[in-house]
Write a protein that binds this ligand. Structure first.
Ligand SMILES: C[S@@+](CC[C@H](N)C(=O)[O-])C[C@H]1O[C@@H](n2cnc3c(N)ncnc32)[C@H](O)[C@@H]1O
Length: 277
């Protein structure tokens, strides 16, 4: 993984106009106020969830071929870039957070180019040409963007005809933030998942910005909103992967039941869609 490198690498390509101090986030859903926390929390190369589950699933669905252009939308600090470049793909990462983009440029410059931008208006970026990408990805980012319709429209516009879009997110049918959780059925000696609500889209506060005021939000939506939202912009879903956690319980009287539940109830879902018009 190219992402395994530490510290500044090759000089930044391009010299984008958005470099420099005092830059503002490109969207109000940007994680700029959480940038230091996010990098510390998931780590420079991504979390174990990234490395064991989310990134392999994205790379498998995307199937990058050498020379293909890949757009990573909501790229954060660039954890995917090294994987795409290792396959010979030409990587472009876009994120609304200048701080995360700075970090990505300083750590992954060899793996591609990075720019500050709003996923809802990608065509506003002078360095992004509509119809020029073979693939696009939302790696754990689509659920942090709102409204979703212009974001999907904007991504579809960037793709070539036949290009593919991959969405990887926490499974909205089972992992509704603050509205789902594990329970224990004593009679049947099994761990179950309860889901208190699902169909109604719901903004969920995630993390406070601290002294700066404000809070980041995740936007829960049912699966039908993703499939129908993709269809509305000419993207036909042709693949879905439901991915359980890597975690296992090794000890304790409930270990077997916990492991069964972990294997049966997915943590992530991946959707792939192809641009058909
Ligand atoms: C949970 S982070 C995921 C980052 C990265 N894909 C990863 O897996 O580490 C969500 C990212 O979406 C970005 N984001 C939110 N709204 C955005 C928008 N409208 N345009 C571009 N990026 C956005 C945030 O700044 C943040 O970096």
């Amino acid at each position: 993984m190219g992402a395994g490198r530490r510290g500044p690498s090759a000089p930044r390509r391009g010299g984008y106009q958005d470099a420099g101090p005092g830059r503002r986030p490109a969207a109000n859903t940007s994680w700029d106020p959480l940038a230091e926390w996010y990098i510390g929390w998931v780590g420079e190369d991504g979390s174990k969830h990234h490395r064991l589950l989310a990134i392999p699933a994205v790379m498998d669905a995307l199937g990058v071929r050498p020379g293909e252009s890949i757009l990573d939308i909501g790229c954060g600090h660039g954890v995917l870039s090294g994987y795409v470049s290792k396959e010979g793909g030409k990587y472009t990462g876009v994120d609304a957070s200048p701080k995360l983009i700075d970090f990505a440029r300083n750590h992954h410059a060899r793996d591609g180019r990075f720019m500050v931008g709003d996923a809802g208006d990608l065509a506003a970026q002078k360095d992004l040409r509509p119809g020029s990408f073979d693939g696009a990805v939302f790696l754990l980012s689509i659920q942090d963007m709102e409204p979703m319709a212009p974001v999907l429209q904007s991504a579809a516009r960037m793709l070539k005809l036949g290009g593919r879009l991959v969405l990887l997110m926490t499974h909205p049918a089972f992992r509704v933030p603050r509205q789902s959780g594990w329970g224990w059925d004593e009679g049947r000696k099994l761990q179950f998942r309860r889901v208190d609500r699902y169909l109604t889209p719901l903004p969920v506060p995630l993390k406070s910005y601290g002294d700066r005021g404000g809070v980041s939000r995740s936007y829960h939506r049912p699966l039908q909103d993703y499939v129908n939202g993709l269809g509305a912009v000419g993207l036909a879903v042709d693949r879905m992967d439901e991915i359980p956690t890597w975690k296992t319980a090794e000890t304790g009287p409930k270990a077997n039941a916990v492991n069964t539940a972990n294997k049966e109830i997915p943590l992530f879902v991946g959707l792939r869609a192809v641009k058909i018009r």
